[in-house]
Design a protein around this ligand. Structure first.
Ligand SMILES: Cc1cc2nc3c(=O)[nH]c(=O)nc-3n(C[C@H](O)[C@H](O)[C@H](O)COP(=O)(O)OP(=O)(O)OC[C@H]3O[C@@H](n4cnc5c(N)ncnc54)[C@H](O)[C@@H]3O)c2cc1C
Length: 431
């Protein structure tokens, strides 16, 4: 059984031991106010504080409470939008510049996780993507291209190499990326928060910004208990974006995705999965998973555009697990949870300036760990006048999300992708 109360209780439990940050009271003046305390907001705050700016961050719930503390913890280069779509739209040079930014994002997170969270980051190197249908030529080609163009340490895995890593009838070929990793995303959020505080950032939980107004060249942000006056505002509200800035709410959709954690599975898990790396497949909204806490499996997948979670989500995830690893089909599940991702129609983040001083750094979709880090850095560089790298995101504006019809369109696109993947998998010989 799965309902909102259950999901909320899982998140409350995971945040229970975390340091608490005070609700903001009264009046505060700051250079920069950041709205949203996920990876985008915390990374922006850190980048700006490192550049000597005074920053106040306001989070409606707890720091890391949104997608950032709930995600699968897989970190690798790239964006939520498909590479071929971006390349076709932008041309090679622009595509390359964006791809390199996504790689820089991975390195920002790796460095900060090791330096600020240490062992609590639980960082494990390696990231593998499998194909669920026979796709050898495309995999080999893409691997060689990325090695040559970006210097990425990638290894093509033929069928035998895939079988050496995992005992799954589902997979054909794979790519092993040495530059990817997985880690504990909530611990990373907490480490970012501690470092922000050390550098003087004023951090506040349970401080939802209710209104945002511009007056006499300044911004006024009102919460239930406080007023912040700021020269500059950065909105980092991700999949939890509300009506505060209507143009942002109109331009992205909240999409839910789901994760379950098994009970300890002992040796049978290590017989099925013989690598500590983060694993996933190349389907749109495919599965992403990893071994954690020694012998538990954290398994993610499935998306919905529904506001409430489906009740049978554990059963859906268990079915997906059984398709990939029939030997784990009855694995007992300890926890299941969900989170919302912000998706624009173009599936790229929304990074830019709505009007002078009002910035947005949001809608990172399902590839948000590395991309929030580099998005935040680009925004901080723009605010401090250090670079205009944020302009690389100019082609991805605030296009209308289509309202309720947009939701339906996304759900249909997802079903179409599923059908497409299923047909291709059926046409392939068994893995
Ligand atoms: C289940 C799941 C699995 C995922 N797995 C991966 C993965 O393995 N790898 C990967 O790269 N990405 C993954 N992602 C995507 C990634 O987690 C997100 O893209 C990223 O965390 C987005 O960060 P954010 O800061 O933009 O949003 P969030 O972390 O959602 O933060 C937004 C915050 O804004 C706050 N907020 C909203 N409105 C207000 C307001 N008015 N006032 C104050 N605060 C407000 C919210 O409370 C929230 O805490 C996953 C996402 C989910 C949900």
């Amino acid at each position: 059984m799965m309902d909102t109360d259950y999901i909320d209780s899982v998140h409350r439990r995971s945040l229970q031991g975390a340091r608490r940050w005070p609700t903001l009271q009264g009046a505060q003046a700051t250079d920069i106010a950041i709205i949203g305390g996920g990876l985008a907001g915390l990374s922006c705050a850190l980048e700006l504080a490192q550049r000597g700016r005074s920053v106040c961050l306001l989070e409606a719930q707890r720091l890391g409470w949104g997608a950032s503390g709930r995600n699968g913890g897989a970190v690798s280069p790239s964006w939520s939008a498909r590479d071929d779509v971006l390349l076709h739209r932008l041309g090679q040079d622009h595509f390359d510049a964006l791809f390199r930014l996504s790689m820089e994002g991975v390195e920002i997170v790796r460095e900060a996780a090791l330096r600020l969270a240490g062992e609590a980051a639980q960082l494990v190197p390696g990231h593998v993507k499998f194909s669920v249908y026979d796709n050898a030529d495309a995999f080999r080609r893409s691997c060689a291209q990325q090695r040559e163009r970006y210097g990425r340490p990638l290894h093509y895995l033929d069928h035998a190499a895939v079988r050496a890593l995992v005992d799954s009838p589902r997979y054909h070929q794979g790519v092993y990326a040495e530059d990817g990793f997985h880690f504990h995303p909530l611990n990373y959020c907490h480490a970012l928060a501690r470092e922000c505080a050390r550098l003087g950032v004023s951090l506040h939980e349970h401080s939802p910004v209710r209104t945002l107004a511009a007056r006499h060249g300044q911004f006024l942000l009102d919460t239930d208990t406080a007023r912040v006056t700021a020269q500059t505002v950065v909105v980092c509200t991700g999949g939890y974006t509300g009506p505060l800035v209507p143009a942002l709410q109109r331009a992205s959709l909240p999409i839910a995705t789901y994760v379950m954690l098994t009970e300890p599975l002992g040796e049978r898990l290590h017989q099925a999965i013989r690598t500590p790396a983060a694993l996933g497949d190349t389907r749109r909204a495919g599965n992403y998973y990893r071994i954690t806490q020694g012998d538990r499996l954290q398994w993610g997948g499935h998306i919905t555009t529904r506001v409430s979670d489906p009740r049978n989500i554990t059963a859906i995830l268990q079915r997906q697990l059984a398709l990939c690893y029939p030997q784990l089909k009855d694995a007992p599940v300890a926890l299941t949870w969900s989170g919302l991702m912000g998706y624009a129609r173009h599936m790229m983040p929304q990074i830019g300036q709505l009007r002078p001083g009002l910035w947005h750094c949001t809608a990172f979709g399902g590839h948000g760990v590395n991309t929030t880090a580099i998005g935040a850095r680009c925004v901080a560089e723009a605010i401090t006048g250090e670079s205009d790298r944020y302009r690389r995101f100019a082609p991805f504006g605030l296009a209308w999300n289509g309202g309720p019809l947009g939701r339906l369109a996304v759900q249909f696109t997802y079903w179409r992708y599923q059908l497409d993947d299923w047909l291709r998998a059926r046409r392939s010989p068994p893995g």
